[in-house]
Design a binder for this molecule. Structure first.
Ligand SMILES: Cc1ncc(C[n+]2csc(CCOP(=O)(O)OP(=O)(O)O)c2C)c(N)n1
Ligand SMILES: [Mg+2]
Length: 571
């Protein structure tokens, strides 16, 4: 047979820009992987499909190009689901080829039969099955185009008998994925300018929609003498080289950003769709600009909401804005932010002291390359990464902020390293997180991806431990009996090392980062360090909760834990 449908599918994927396909081979997928082996697409041989989806998600988020995953029927293609939620929520263009049992067996509760259409509906922008060989090219084009233009996950379900069938003549469908420039009308821009020109206490609230608009955001802040707070997802795009930056708001943000948003007269919300309504001002006028119409007024009522790309909208808006001169409002928040940074940077540690998670994050920040890419696990590692890693137009940090899943960091680092082979890629993993997809450390070795992994080893599901304590509960089921991850890594083919004393940490971090190949540093971090929200957000419930936990813990003979927690967290 000259050409099969599998060849057409792979040819179409390649023409759509796919460079890598992450997955595990098997039965219904074999024709397709065979076609991939004869194409320019690189197959990345994972140990767990979920890790493959995280890797594809990170690659897609970083490059904006289409990335593929492929799985065998039933459980093989099912395993991607958590990583695909992560990809879809982050608007990463990812396509899953979910192979299916042969058509004649569908609908009979056959072995390995799974209804992927219903499974993947909620985490995709496209989810369709190829019903006949003559539709293969057209449906693959539709899937790729949906992933690239709607920015999300496309799932193409391919029955095995279709991929092995002879290719049929089809019209020459190809993927079209040019992005439009979206900008509000002149009348709407005038209305925005009228509100801003009339206000002297304006705060800019910048989110991930500001990607590519750094200079325009800074110019707008300068014109309005406005402090700029940002979301955690917006940090990489706007926080650097920005004298107007007053930091992150939200539960893991800081007080200056939080107060700047709450105390302004007018909030200019740019590409930010931050979920929690309590972090928006109730009395200020809110102007919201977002490229996605469904985000407008979605989290909190707004005064004026318009649809537009941030860069182009600000370019059109700037000539309409008067130069504000009064910088009292701005100066107050910039000063508070500077003070906060100074006190964070003042942390020191005695040589025999235990290592705090914050100290480790700061040393990684200090010694990592200026253009390093980071990925951090949900849990305390994510909090320390967002607070203490300096990112910029060259340095990015990837976290699971919308989906909030554990274990995404190490596989994300694999995806980042695959698409950026010459660059330093650093993973900040939790001990719970690294253990969850531990098998894919073998992928790191087998695929020769020289990522650097630091395990924040606090011997527990730390974030949940803190949650339970602040709800007044004595922590349950949060303890982890861990191996020495440095030794585990060595056994798997990594450079591995473990460190427990603060005095040894800086040298260890330097040596770890200097390794040419994959390297894992297991760092015993203090299990009692708390994640403190910005001061107004240490809620009365949490204070009472900690008090109740303290009392219960003492009554249950765990006074030592309470003592350590106090010593570690009360300055
Ligand atoms: C897949 C998944 N399971 C459970 C959770 C709930 N959860 C969030 S953080 C966390 C603890 C993470 O522990 P670890 O990786 O050790 O990080 P730490 O907080 O201790 O730094 C858990 C269980 C989740 N977010 N995702
Ligand atoms: Mg932990």
């Amino acid at each position: 047979m000259s050409k099969r449908v599998a060849d057409v599918l792979v040819e179409t994927l390649q023409a759509a820009g796919v460079k890598r396909c992450y997955g595990i081979v098997g039965d219904t997928l074999n024709r397709i992987t065979h076609a991939i082996s004869e194409s320019k697409i690189q197959w990345v041989h994972m140990r767990h499909e979920e890790a493959g989806a995280f890797a594809a998600s990170a690659e897609g988020q970083f490059t904006g190009e289409l990335v593929a995953c492929a799985g065998s029927c039933g459980p093989g293609s099912l395993h991607f689901i958590n990583g695909l939620y992560e990809a879809n929520r982050n608007r990463a263009p990812v396509i899953l080829i979910a192979t299916q049992i042969v058509r004649q067996d569908i609908g009979f509760s056959s072995v390995q039969e799974v209804d992927f259409t219903s499974v993947y509906k909620d985490c995709s922008v496209f989810c369709e099955m190829i019903l006949m060989p003559g539709h293969a090219r057209r449906k693959m084009v539709a899937a790729c185009q949906a992933a690239l233009t709607k920015r999300g996950v496309a799932v193409l379900i391919v029955p095995a008998d279709i991929s092995s069938a002879a290719a049929e003549e089809e019209r020459p469908y190809t993927v079209h994925a040019r992005q439009p420039v979206i900008r509000p009308s002149d009348a709407d821009l005038d209305a925005i300018a009228a509100i801003l020109n009339d206000s002297d206490a304006i705060t800019i609230y910048a989110g991930a929609g500001c990607a590519g608009a750094h200079d325009q955001v800074v110019a707008t802040a300068d014109r309005l003498k406005a402090p700029m707070a940002h979301t955690s997802r917006g940090k990489d795009f706007v926080a650097y080289d920005n004298p107007y930056n007053v930091g992150m708001t939200g539960m893991i943000g800081g007080a200056p950003g939080y107060h700047a948003v709450l105390n302004c007269d007018t909030l200019l919300q740019l590409g930010a769709d931050f979920a929690w309504a309590q972090f928006y001002p109730d009395r200020a006028k809110i102007i919201q600009i977002d490229h996605d119409a469904t985000h407008i007024g979605h989290r909190h009522p707004v005064t004026l909401g318009v649809v537009g790309n941030i860069k182009e909208t600000l370019e059109a808006l700037l000539p309409r804005l008067r130069q504000h001169d009064d910088n009292k409002f701005l100066a107050a928040y910039v000063k508070r932010h500077q003070k906060m940074l100074e006190s964070a940077n003042a942390e020191t540690a005695g040589s025999d002291a235990t290592i705090s998670g914050t100290y480790l994050a700061k040393l990684i920040n200090k010694h990592a390359a200026k253009d390093a890419l980071f990925a951090a696990d949900d849990g305390t590692a994510l909090v320390w990464a967002l607070r203490h890693l300096d990112t910029s137009d060259k340095r990015r940090c990837f976290c699971s902020l919308l989906h909030g899943t554990m274990a995404s960091a190490m596989p994300s680092a694999i995806g980042l390293q695959k698409c950026q082979p010459g660059r330093q890629v650093v993973c900040l993993a939790g001990d719970g997180g690294i253990a969850m997809l531990l098998g894919d450390l073998l992928t790191v070795v087998q695929e020769k991806v020289p990522i650097k992994i630091a395990v924040f080893n606090n011997g527990k599901l730390g974030f949940i431990d803190i949650e339970q304590k602040s709800a007044g509960l004595v922590p349950m089921y949060t303890d982890l009996q861990n191996p020495d991850f440095g030794e585990v890594a060595k056994a798997m083919g990594f450079w591995g090392h473990s460190v427990a004393k603060a005095g040894d940490l800086e040298e260890s971090v330097k040596t770890w980062l200097a390794q040419p190949g994959p390297a894992l540093l297991d760092v015993k971090v203090n299990p009692m360090q708390l994640v403190m929200p910005p001061s107004p957000f240490v809620s009365p419930e949490a204070v009472v909760g900690m008090g109740v936990y303290t009392a219960k813990a003492i009554l249950e003979g765990k006074g030592r834990d309470v003592w350590e927690m106090m010593v570690e967290n009360v300055p």
